[in-house]
Design a protein around this ligand. Structure first.
Ligand SMILES: C[S@@+](CC[C@H](N)C(=O)[O-])C[C@H]1O[C@@H](n2cnc3c(N)ncnc32)[C@H](O)[C@@H]1O
Length: 170
């Protein structure tokens, strides 16, 4: 994304970069995914990325996590695939319901507050790492501490919009 060098980056610039990076990472992973397993969508929100994931990965089971269901009515998962509760609890104990380790975890839980995101990073990173299959991917709007994963290269939009992509070693 280019803009005149003479003005500072606005929050709208950052938001657009973030959405650009988010979409590009999800589509990059969808094209490259070569491991079995479901997709875990952390943060249903309005349901926009859930809807995009089911469009670009029509053959994958997608489990969605949120503390509440407030999505657009056209983008709500069925009851078997909507896991309601605090992710700190539900991600830790979802194994019997979800089954196989995930081929892709999409983490869209960022607050935009650096301190709150650091807190989330501390408890969330090991939970995501544990639920990801070898060779699987994690796309995240929070920087994570992913032991045993490689951080993949980031575009300018991902740098500016603060989006990260990791892949678990096989
Ligand atoms: C940015 S929104 C997700 C946007 C969504 N991916 C979309 O494209 O519409 C973040 C969502 O994560 C949920 N959330 C944040 N932290 C959570 C937590 N600790 N446990 C459960 N849900 C959480 C919020 O309720 C909110 O709906």
């Amino acid at each position: 994304m280019s803009q005149p060098a003479s003005r500072p980056i606005s929050r709208l610039d950052v938001f657009i970069a973030r959405m650009t990076a988010q979409k590009a990472f999800l589509e990059q992973v969808a094209a490259a995914l070569d491991v079995a397993g479901p997709v875990l969508e952390l943060g249903l929100g309005n349901g926009r990325t859930f809807d995009h994931l089911r469009t670009i990965l029509p053959d994958r089971e997608i489990f969605v996590f949120d503390r509440a269901v407030t999505a657009h009515p056209a983008s709500i998962p069925d009851g078997d695939h909507m896991i309601v509760g605090e992710i700190r609890d539900t991600l830790a104990f979802c194994g019997p319901r979800v089954g196989a380790l995930a081929a892709l975890v999409h983490c869209d839980l960022g607050t935009g507050d650096p301190t709150a995101d650091l807190v989330k990073r501390a408890w969330l990173s090991p939970l995501i790492a544990e639920r990801t299959a070898p060779g699987g991917y994690v796309a995240s709007g929070i920087a994570l501490d992913m032991d045993g994963f490689d951080e993949l290269p980031r575009s300018d939009a991902a740098e500016r919009g603060r989006y990260w992509l990791y892949r678990k070693s096989r």
